[in-house]
Write a protein that binds this ligand. Sequence first.
Ligand SMILES: C[S@@+](CC[C@H](N)C(=O)[O-])C[C@H]1O[C@@H](n2cnc3c(N)ncnc32)[C@H](O)[C@@H]1O
Length: 237
Amino acid sequence: MEQLKSFFNGKSIKNILDIGTGAGDFVKVLDDTFGDSVAIVGTDPGEQWLKEARERFPKEHIQFIRMEGEKLGFNDDSFDVVSISNALHHLKDIEQGFSEMKRVLKPNGWVVINEISDGDLNEAQENQKMLHHFKSFVDRLHGISHKKTWTKEEIVDIVKENGVDVQLSFPHEKMKKANFDEVFLDERYQMMENLLEELQGRPEHEKMADKLALFRERLDKHGFQMATQLMVVGQFT
Ligand SMILES: C[S@@+](CC[C@H](N)C(=O)[O-])C[C@H]1O[C@@H](n2cnc3c(N)ncnc32)[C@H](O)[C@@H]1O
């Protein structure tokens, strides 16, 4: 990613920790940005994600380890960069997450936060937000921490409130335009249908069933596009 590349140009970066790495989508961004000479460790509590990530990145300088962002099993002052992409809103304890990032970062290390954002979304992106909010609603009913999409201002505020001096922030698009491919749209619809299935027998089912019908209509009309993401880079003060 060009903005990240030029920001880190000339800075000595030897290793990166990516928290909440999932199947490694952000590891791909980091690997493309920093290259093979920088070691990357991706961590996530979900073993099924890590299995997928390991298969995607059979590279010596990249490894994946199971752990939660609030309890990192690394020594103090271990990494030059700590990143967390689309996972901050999954943390049970955001403050503790930041405190762990600060602990494992080397002095003057860099924190990179990437988050999907709300505000100024087109209709196709509103569809992604709708699916995200449906998923976060169902997760919360199951007792799993999963917050709604924050606005760009809220993301920056959270980062600053947790002691980070923000030095770079920019919005970017993972998908440049709405996708209208039938199979792709059917898969998104299926995801919401599966989530609704999990609500069978609960009082919330009826209200959410209405959302499913609306989602189908909106998908056919507007397509589906990832919401704009906000990249924030800074250092702990
Ligand atoms: C939407 S995915 C993001 C994946 C990837 N980083 C990306 O940018 O596409 C959110 C990830 O956060 C992980 N997660 C959930 N709770 C977490 C926690 N307490 N600490 C770290 N990661 C967590 C989930 O397992 C999931 O893989």
